[in-house]
Design a protein around this ligand. Structure first.
Ligand SMILES: [Mg+2]
Length: 116
């Protein structure tokens, strides 16, 4: 049976994302103060804002070093992991469910000659 790209992505997520999320949770619980989901949601949005601000500065013509984008992207990822762990969300399940919802919409639109 031929496996499609989304199924391959799902297999990759299943073999790695929950491990990353759980190992990150173990690390955080061992070395950092526990915080509420609300705190991490604010932190996530703050970090996303810092990343957006760098993009805005570059868009306006400033030269931003590539490491700064990477640093802020890492902050967003870390804040997201902290948020889903504090909220009790399985990121693996949530991402896989969402990818299939998006794919269904994409296919419906493609059947009508529309892009997503
Ligand atoms: Mg930051």
């Amino acid at each position: 049976m031929k496996i499609n790209n989304l199924e391959q992505l799902e297999l990759s997520l299943q073999s790695s994302l929950s491990t990353i999320q759980n190992e990150f949770d173990n690390y955080q619980k061992k070395f950092f103060v526990a915080r509420s989901p609300e705190f991490f949601c604010l932190e996530l949005n703050g970090e996303a804002g810092e990343l957006a601000n760098l993009e805005k500065k570059q868009w306006k013509g400033r030269n931003i070093e590539p490491e700064k984008f990477a640093d802020e992207a890492a902050d967003v990822f870390i804040a997201l992991l902290n948020y889903v762990n504090a909220r009790g969300i399985s990121l693996e399940n949530a991402v896989i469910d969402k990818l299939y919802k998006i794919e269904n919409i994409r296919q419906e639109r493609a059947e009508n000659g529309l892009t997503y």
